[in-house]
Ligand binder design. Structure first.
Ligand SMILES: [Zn+2]
Length: 324
């Protein structure tokens, strides 16, 4: 990755769990995210954690998987990542931000996500709010994508679907993220411009878009589970609860990522460029993530796919323009 594409990957907790129908949430989230960018950039230097804290973070990985199972949130993609791959750190990210730094495999979390806010070990997942879990899973997915793209990694039996997903991601990077529509002013979703992205930019745009979807799935799974008193995605009935939310989110253009422009002049105009609704996640991408990263049953995925119909399917063609 180039110098300008540091891929500081962050999400704001306070906006992350907005109900899908409330469009203003995105605006609020982005505004806060701007603030967070500068706050965390300023405090990051001073917040380097000790070795002990990193080791504690690694040790908590196994515990994390057990807790995720208990909460019935997805663990398939997490099981591909070795326990010591992610270096967890905690810091006072005053506006509830989290970051993932791919080059260093470093996840910087707000202290509020640590046990007793002590900044040493991860808080048990069961004590996290749904919003916190959404953000945490968003960052975990960045870590997973980081891991599966590391050269010479042998994914083995466990990671066969990850290899398929990575190949698919590379295809999508070219055909859907090489040229995108952006919203130059994030609050004005209808005003869009076209941009050709560099390789690093398009990879970041894809990663952010996919991670937004991952966080959304987890948040909705937890919300539905709370409402119904049991896990979703265990059968056909559950799909009927989940699909209307999914459709609404698509229609609202919620699955949109961003990238940090590499070009200094462009970056002077905007630290981040947010994708427009026409460049949001495609149905094909969503289905691939559900099946290959989350391990949802192919029956469930088929029901979701069928409920959308052919009109929703995008053909992946290089240079394709999205519909307005
Ligand atoms: Zn992110």
């Amino acid at each position: 990755m180039g110098d300008g594409a540091r891929s500081l990957l962050m999400r704001v907790l306070s906006g992350a769990g907005c109900p899908p129908v409330r469009m203003k949430c995105f605006t609020i989230r982005c505004f806060l995210l701007w603030c967070c960018w500068w706050v965390s950039a300023a405090s990051g230097e001073a917040g380097i954690s000790s070795h002990d804290e990193q080791e504690n973070g690694s040790r908590s990985w196994e515990r994390l998987l057990v807790e995720a199972e208990r909460l019935q949130v997805p663990t398939k993609f997490l099981r591909v990542v070795p326990p010591d791959f992610i270096h967890f750190e905690f810091d006072e990210l005053r506006t509830y931000a989290a970051e993932y730094h791919p080059g260093e495999h470093r996840m910087l979390l707000n202290r509020t996500l640590s046990l007793n806010a002590a900044g040493r070990v991860l808080k048990p997942l069961g004590r996290m709010t749904h919003k916190e879990l959404e953000v945490f899973y968003h960052e975990l997915f960045h870590a997973y994508m980081d891991y599966i793209t590391v050269r010479d990694v042998q994914l083995g039996e466990l990671g066969r679907d990850s290899e398929t997903l990575l190949l698919f991601a590379k295809e999508q990077q070219v055909c859907r993220y090489g040229e995108v529509m952006i919203t130059p002013i994030v609050q004005r979703m209808d005003e869009v411009e076209s941009r050709y992205l560099t390789e690093a930019e398009s990879w970041e745009a894809l990663n952010e878009t996919w991670a937004v979807f991952v966080g959304w799935v987890v948040w909705n799974q937890l919300e539905l589970r709370q409402q119904r008193g049991k896990s979703t995605f265990r059968g056909g009935q559950d799909a009927h609860q989940w699909i209307p939310r999914f459709k609404r989110a698509f229609e609202n253009g919620e699955f949109r990522g961003y990238y940090v422009p590499e070009e200094p002049d462009e970056r002077r105009l905007a630290q981040k460029r947010y994708l427009a609704k026409s460049s949001q996640l495609s149905l094909e991408e969503a289905l691939a993530i559900l099946e290959q990263a989350f391990g949802f049953s192919s029956d469930f995925v088929k029901v979701v796919d069928a409920s959308f119909g052919p009109a929703w399917r995008a053909t992946c063609v290089t240079g394709k323009d999205g519909a307005n």
